[in-house]
Design a binder for this molecule. Structure first.
Ligand SMILES: NC(=O)c1ccc[n+]([C@@H]2O[C@H](COP(=O)([O-])OP(=O)(O)OC[C@H]3O[C@@H](n4cnc5c(N)ncnc54)[C@H](O)[C@@H]3O)[C@@H](O)[C@H]2O)c1
Length: 287
């Protein structure tokens, strides 16, 4: 099935980025969040990103206006918004919340609608199991910042059928600058299972006083040729998200190699969540 109309639940860091690339590929997207200020912030982020493309000559003003014209927004969503080919969520990483959203979507969406989650680590199969259409549930795991990062992990649940996979693979590969890669539904999939424990280990080196943040990041920049150091990356993603992922990996695998670093927990408790909070492992962000 060709995906033409998309319902996007969540206008945060990932939700607005996914909305942007879907709209850039010609799809109609309705983006929702719980408060108008979150929706406004999401739209402002999209606008800023597209303005940069216009300034750099990668897009004309008319093209930008056409992309913005394909996006609608709202805070209250109901059955009237659910006649879509794809209903996708990028709300906070909370299984109960995600399940309750998919239950509601299952009631309101027509039979053809495919469900996708942008979860970083939670089991896609379990989300599908609360609906009457587990064969139409799939993970589309984008990376941040969405308009820039090339990878989408296509997470195939136990019950996901071939039609659903093929439709979402075609969608993923049609998005600007994106490559869709198939992985199985396993905690952390492939990307986060490799990357997040590495970031947690970098936090341990800070916690144990092995080196300062700049030094730890420089090791990755100069020694591994990474474009960004692990602590700066933690700040960009959000320390609460990193802690969530580590807790899920630890809980799902029951292996102490996934134990979240106590310093990570302390920073989250302090509200030092990284760039979005104005402070994380670095304190040089605009407040
Ligand atoms: N941040 C990353 O780098 C990253 C990367 C890949 C995947 N993810 C995953 O994407 C999802 C979203 O992460 P994020 O970084 O965009 O978080 P975020 O906090 O920036 O955005 C989440 C948004 O969901 C909204 N929301 C909460 N409950 C809602 C509801 N009931 N209805 C509608 N909106 C609701 C919040 O108001 C918020 O605006 C999470 O599952 C996360 O694990 C994050």
């Amino acid at each position: 099935m060709e995906i033409k109309k998309v319902l996007m639940i969540g206008a945060g860091q990932m939700g607005n980025g996914i909305t942007q690339v879907m709209a850039m590929s010609g799809r109609q997207v309705a983006m929702f969040d719980v408060k108008q200020e979150f929706v406004d912030k999401g739209i402002a982020t999209i606008e800023k990103s597209l303005n940069r493309s216009v300034e750099k000559g990668k897009m004309t003003q008319n093209e930008k206006d056409a992309v913005m014209g394909r996006i609608t927004t709202g805070v209250e969503w109901g059955p009237e918004d659910c006649d879509v080919d794809l209903a996708m969520e990028a709300v906070v990483e909370d299984m109960d919340l995600k399940k309750s959203l998919f239950k509601k979507l299952d009631e309101w969406c027509p039979e053809r609608t495919i469900f996708a989650t942008n979860t970083s680590t939670l089991p896609v199969t379990a989300m599908g199991s609360v609906t009457s259409r587990p064969h139409k549930m799939i993970g589309m795991h984008f990376f941040s910042p969405v308009p820039i990062m090339k990878l989408i992990e296509g997470v195939v649940g136990l019950a996901t059928d071939e039609d659903t996979y093929k439709s979402i693979e075609a969608l993923g590969n049609s998005l600007p600058n994106k490559t869709f890669i198939k992985v199985a539904d396993s905690p952390g999939f492939v990307g986060n299972r490799i990357m997040v424990p590495m970031m947690n280990e970098a936090i341990y080196t800070l916690f144990e006083g092995v080196a300062e943040p700049e030094v730890i990041d420089n090791v990755a920049l100069l020694g591994f040729n990474h474009p960004i150091g692990p602590l700066r990356l933690c700040d960009a993603i959000g320390l609460d998200t990193i802690l969530h992922v580590m807790e899920i990996l630890y809980g799902e695998y029951g292996d102490t190699k996934y134990r979240p670093c106590p310093l990570l927990r302390k920073y989250v408790e302090a509200g030092w969540l990284g760039k979005k909070a104005g402070r994380g492992f670095y304190n040089d962000y605009k407040k």
